[in-house]
Design a protein around this ligand. Structure first.
Ligand code: PLP
Length: 395
């Protein structure tokens, strides 16, 4: 290996010594309530496949139909020759679903933040207010802007108000961005208060609803619907890779906003469009969500069930307000051992430690899905109890 590349081996070795080198597991069949890993069936408590749509037959059928009609690849960026009728159809239907005037599709939720944040607040005189626990894609999107980034304490409205006051005036634009649901704790942004403050201070509001899409609101219409804030949130960023079970990102808002993003957002100008299978599968997910709220209700039922059972056993499940179920263990090494023992017992649930969560709050993050049966969840609870007792975490 070239000397100039020696750092790769050195750094990976250090990561391994510090226990920071992650094992990346391969699923040998479809995503679902149970998955096949290393030839074993394990109960899956890791995925963001909230509604079990990843392997839903209606998605596969729609993909086949659309691939027969439109082929696979878009062939270009949206602005040149890569906008096909299904892209426009999905944008229209996503906007209607979210009761927004318009929506623009991009390649992923990550790209959606890159499309929105540096495009709306690009300049050195601009200010971006960002929650301390915002997702990495928001942090990177902020880095692509020359704006001053002002971090406020996680969901700390007093801190936010103080920072809005300190930065009042100036000639630039101001934009606030927050996760809708914070993925490590499952708490929900205090959006009504954020919107009130931003209206008072003349600040654009962007909410990244990746974990709220298909989860919060009526029939999974998201955080804006959950709080009844239609028309008061400037940009709803969404992800089609979680509850929708596919891939893709979306930004919804006014027709003017979407017109502007189409012309200026760099992921739309310089990276090709979503493929036809992605678009078709997302259309099928949307049809399923529009037809019934049954899956969303089952997801919440499952989340409530798992949380209450684990709490009854004596586990600390934090302050989640959504189906995300953190099981706080404490030390990173204990959380890792816990996860490894669960896996041996047939339960796949990842350990999450510093720097993703604060020191001393390492945890197992259990992600339930509408696809889990009560029997599945009872199995999980039994294994959590057994490992918890063996490790002395439970009495
Ligand atoms: C998962 C997630 C993303 C990334 O979405 P992808 O569609 O997987 O790129 C962006 N923002 C937040 C808050 C997320 O949780």
């Amino acid at each position: 290996m070239a000397v100039s590349m020696q750092f790769l081996a050195d750094e990976l070795e250090i990561m391994k010594e510090r226990g920071l080198y992650g094992t990346i597991r391969t699923l040998e069949g479809p995503q679902g309530a149970w998955v096949s890993i290393e030839g074993e069936k394990v109960l899956n408590l890791c995925s963001n496949n909230y509604l079990g749509l990843c392997s839903h037959p209606r998605l596969a059928a729609k993909v086949k139909e659309y691939v027969d009609r439109y082929g696979v690849g878009p062939g270009a960026v949206r602005t040149i020759a890569g906008t096909l009728a299904p892209h426009v159809e999905l944008e229209r239907r996503l906007a209607d679903f979210k009761k927004a005037e318009a929506a623009i599709l991009v390649q992923s939720g990550f790209c959606a933040n890159l499309a929105v944040i540096p495009t709306l607040a690009p300049a050195a005189e601009d200010v971006i207010y960002s929650d301390a626990l915002n997702h990495a894609s928001i942090i990177d999107a902020c880095r692509l802007s020359k704006a001053r980034v002002v971090r406020y304490g996680h969901s700390d409205m007093e801190d936010l108000r103080r920072k809005l006051e300190e930065t009042r005036g100036g000639t630039g634009r101001k934009l606030l961005v927050t996760d809708g649901v914070f993925s490590m704790d499952g708490d929900v942004a205090r959006l009504p208060e954020i919107v009130d403050l931003c209206e008072a201070f003349g600040v654009i509001v962007v909410v990244d609803d990746a974990h709220g899409e298909g989860v919060l609101g009526r029939g999974g219409r998201g955080i804006v619907d959950h709080f009844g804030l239609h028309g008061r949130v400037d940009v709803e960023v969404g992800t089609l890779s979680k509850a929708f079970g596919v891939m893709g990102g979306v930004a919804a808002g006014s027709a003017l906003l979407v017109d502007y993003l189409r012309q200026r957002a760099r992921p739309n100008l310089f990276s090709s469009a979503l493929t036809i299978p992605d678009v078709a599968a997302n259309l099928a997910s949307l049809e399923i969500l529009e037809a019934s709220d049954e899956l969303v209700r089952r997801l919440w039922h499952n989340g409530d069930f798992l949380k209450s059972e684990l709490r009854r056993l004596g586990f600390n499940t934090g302050h989640s307000e959504t189906p995300i179920t953190p099981v706080i263990i404490g030390e990173a090494s204990d959380a890792k051992t816990f996860s490894a023992r669960l896996f041996e017992a047939g339960v796949f649930a990842t350990a999450i430690a510093f720097p993703t969560v604060p020191q001393g709050t390492a945890r197992i993050r259990a992600m339930v899905s509408a696809a889990h049966s009560e029997e599945d969840l009872n199995y999980a609870v039994k294994q959590f109890a057994a490992v918890g007792r063996k490790m002395g975490i439970l009495p």
